[in-house]
Write a protein that binds this ligand. Sequence first.
Ligand SMILES: Cc1ncc(COP(=O)(O)O)c(C=O)c1O
Length: 461
Amino acid sequence: MNRKKIILKKDDIDILKESLSELEKGFKSLPSFKSVSGNKKRIQAVLKEAAQRLQNNFPYFHPLYAGQMLKPPHEIARLSYILAMWINPNNHALDGGRASSEMEKESVAGIAKMLGWKKHLGHLTSGGTMANLEALWIAGQINPGKKIIASSQSHYTHSRISNVLKLDYESVDCDESGRMNIGDLEVKLKKRNVGTVVVTIGTTAIGAVDPLEDILQLQKKYKFRIHADAAYGGYFTLATNLNPYIKRIYKLLPEVDSIVVDPHKHGLQPYGCGCILFRDPAVGKFYKHDSPYTYFSSDELHLGEISLECSRPGAAAVALWSTMKLFPLIKGGEYSLMLNASRKAAFSFYNKLKNDKRFLTGPKPELDIVTWVPLASTITEISLLSKRIFNECAKRNLYLALAELPIKFFNLKDKNIGLDKKTVTCLRSVLMKPEHNAWINPIWKILDEATKSSIRKVERK
Ligand SMILES: Cc1ncc(COP(=O)(O)O)c(C=O)c1O
């Protein structure tokens, strides 16, 4: 039998046609009209060229892409986003997207519930950066003239956003596991000029979870606001195979003042979907503005009244709503098992690396990110070898990531390595696809070959 190789899932387009006919039924009282859409042949030709241009990409959708924080949208999200494109609603105001605004409110309430909040104020954003910007913008208004502080492993966006908002920013050290160093935090808090501490629930580079337990204790003494950047790690609150430390942190998450979670990271959504949530709905007053040209249709909440961005894609809300309908955010449910699988994948990969004398692992994964270095005689040589292995893997269709991390993240003691640098270029894998767990052996096989070949090349020099 001549079986065709399928790389991209294309047959789901049939479901889209069916749902478009259903959508059309809602508008059947309108007279038909001829749209000014272009000539089909020319559209086809341009689309073909676009498809050819898009071949110039890493295969983010494939399990052999095991590098940066990239997870393909689920087909339900892809299809419902495209379905909504025929309407192209704008969730700024109810006039622009009545149904999709409702879907956004329901989805955001679902995320708040997942995090443990019965009451909240929140909305979707274009991504984690905008969501964090709103959190720090509110924080700056509640504690004017006071500092924002975050760990040296927090996302770079916090120092940059603070700069945009003209808020003072200071960075706190990390310990060897990449978590915020509580001793250094207290040194900073003693100066009594800190208004907000940003707690990262899953750092971008290694997935470390900051010690919220200790930070909440310090809050009692020093009084500050806590913002949790859970852009990457937020959904893991649903995983059932977390270690006891992480479990305790997720349990405490409802005690913070604001939380960012990005559905476009772990939530199976296409890009353009972040989410900001505030515990106290009264912060809505800081968003107050007058607009002479929108909000005509009702007294109900228009999402533009509680968001900094004006026009926003209703399609993002439709995609998220549909995904949450298919995969309810339930501990132990189908989606929760996908997160468990990512953690399992990270552990099984980490254990393989740990048991191989050629490598040294970074901190034990707290979520689903693994970091490691190949051993060599100096830090400079380790960094060069990491880059070589990265390239050799890519030649064999395995796509990893590189990261520059403090050497203290790797246990280099008694290894007889010349410590000629403070940071090292390491290899990094975010194993966030549900499929990754079944692909650890093929990934390992390629990494093994690529490492042997890289070491051979170094020895030949
Ligand atoms: C912890 C964290 N915060 C914020 C961001 C920024 O999010 P975005 O890229 O959606 O703007 C990222 C991105 O990786 C992140 O990992």
